[in-house]
Structure formats: structure tokens, C-alpha cells
Design a protein around this ligand. Sequence first.
Ligand SMILES: NC(=O)C1=CN([C@@H]2O[C@H](COP(=O)(O)OP(=O)(O)OC[C@H]3O[C@@H](n4cnc5c(N)ncnc54)[C@H](OP(=O)(O)O)[C@@H]3O)[C@@H](O)[C@H]2O)C=CC1
Ligand SMILES: O=C(O)C1=N[C@H](C(=O)O)C[C@H](O)C1
Length: 270
Amino acid sequence: MTGESRQDTRAESARDAVPAGGSPLRVAVLGAAGRMGSTVCEAVESAPDMSVIARLDVGDDIAALAGVADVAVDFTVPSATEANVHALIDAGVHPVVGTTGWDEPALDRVREHLERDGRGLGALIAPNFALSAVLAMQFAAQAARYFESVEIIELHHPNKVDAPSGTAVHTAQAVARAREGMPVAPDATQTCLDGARGARVQGIPVHAVRLQGLVAHEEILFGNPGEQLTIRTDSFERSSFMPGVLLAARTVGSRPGLAVGLDAYLELGR
Ligand SMILES: NC(=O)C1=CN([C@@H]2O[C@H](COP(=O)(O)OP(=O)(O)OC[C@H]3O[C@@H](n4cnc5c(N)ncnc54)[C@H](OP(=O)(O)O)[C@@H]3O)[C@@H](O)[C@H]2O)C=CC1
Ligand SMILES: O=C(O)C1=N[C@H](C(=O)O)C[C@H](O)C1
């Protein structure tokens, strides 16, 4: 089977998984007026097997989605997303979340809520829906044990409200997990202007660039004496996130419990 036809098969089986009786999947979009939310509305409306049933923005009532929406896609703001997810679970709607700002205690609260709810709802929280980013994170975790040094640079448009990016945090966590038990990376720095060596995410230096003209980019740099490996992912357009969002919307209803990262819904190892 070619790579392309294998992708098609996965997309087809995901498409088959959700709508009962062939009726279109009813998708609500939270943050619908935003950069990502508006792109998601267009992508869902262009898909043959789903439709936008509701567009929610600040102050709109999530409880009103009960019995109306199957899935809700959240691209809002870090300060709102957790409350949105709990309200969606109460409404019996499967959340697909791209909003950043999640930490382990917040993820645990969602896991507990899903379990307590008992209706077998699924939820996906993914820091990045672009396939290039998902693969970059996986390759970085694979490479992590083979190099003495590692640093992450994320580069984004200047309208982004959080730093470092959720993707960079997720990448650093995966890299740090893979490097457990390894010596710390060499670094002779003795004097340092605040921020010059980046933020530390589980010991990994993470540097954030905000620049007009950028969309979403990340480099993971690995170094050994005499050699380097650079893994780079570039999203030049927000359309790059849409195949992953649609795949998630089609899949979330058949995967009870919380999944973190789009890789949970992909078969990347095969
Ligand atoms: N996982 C992924 O692949 C990606 C994730 N992201 C993440 O998605 C999030 C959104 O990014 P982006 O679209 O660029 O941001 P925007 O600021 O363009 O959009 C956010 C939207 O959410 C609205 N909003 C704020 N609070 C609420 C609320 N409580 N309920 C409903 N809507 C609300 C905002 O309204 P108002 O402006 O009126 O406040 C705004 O319209 C960020 O966390 C970003 O990091 C972005 C790209 C890809
Ligand atoms: O705000 C953005 O634009 C993006 N946010 C996500 C993140 O913080 O990782 C995903 C992507 O990098 C774009």
C-alpha cells in the first residue's frame, strides 16, 4: 500500500466512525470569530460529512449545545478553554481543543470529569494539529537520547498571546521524558541577561520569537561535538491545521476518555 493510499484509508475509517445513520456530524465552533475559529468554520462547511451547527464567541451559552452539537472545536484563549471543556462535557458534547495553556493538573481535572460523567465521552486536547508539527515532535523525542545538547526555538506571528507556544512546551516535555537519566547539556554561561538563555521547560531551553510575517514555526536543535541535527516544522497558512482538526472531529466520538496530542489518533509508527 502506498503512503498516500494508507492515509486515505485512515481518513475514510475516521470519517465512517462518527455520524450515526449517515447524518452529518454536527460541529459547534468556540472562538468562531478568531483566526483559527473562522478557518475551522470554513473547513467544516467544506467537508461533505459535517456541518457547523453553532458559532460561539465570548459570553455565548455552551449549555445550549446539549442535544444540538455532537462535537465542539475550541480555539479560544488559554484563560477560557478549561471552563469551556467542562461545560461541554456537562452538555454531553465531545470537545476537540486546539487552544494552548493546558498543564497537567488541568488535564487531570478533565480526565476526572469524563470519568465521573460516565457517558463515554471522548475529548482531544492537541497543541498542534499540523501533521508536520506532530511528526517533528515525534522525531525530536526519537532523537533526544543521541545528542548532548538540545534547545528549542519557536517562531510565531506577533498577535500570539502566550509564550512559549503550546507546541514548544509539549515538545520540550517529550524530549525531557526521553532524556531522563542523561547528563545535563553542557553550558558554561556564568553571566546572563534575563531571558538570554530562554525559558526552561523541564530543563530544556525554549526561545520564543515574535515576528511580523510569521505564522507558526518551530526548530528543535540537537548538538554533539562536530555535528548537529535540526528538526524544523513550518505552518505557512492556518489551512495546515485543518486536516488534523477534521480528523479529530470525526474520531473523538469513538475514543472515550481524554487524548492529549493528535498523535493519539494517528498510526504514525506503522
Ligand atoms: N492546536 C493548534 O493546532 C493551534 C492552536 N492555536 C491556539 O488556538 C488559540 C486561538 O488562536 P487564534 O485563533 O490565533 O486566536 P484569536 O485571538 O484569533 O481567536 C480567539 C477567539 O476566541 C474568542 N474567545 C475568547 N474567549 C472566549 C470564550 N470564553 N468563548 C468563546 N470564544 C472566546 C476571542 O474573542 P475576542 O477576540 O472577542 O476576545 C477570539 O475571537 C490559541 O491558544 C493558539 O495558541 C492556534 C493555531 C493552531
Ligand atoms: O497561536 C498560534 O498561532 C499557534 N498556537 C499553537 C501553539 O501555541 O503551539 C500552535 C501553533 O504553533 C500556532
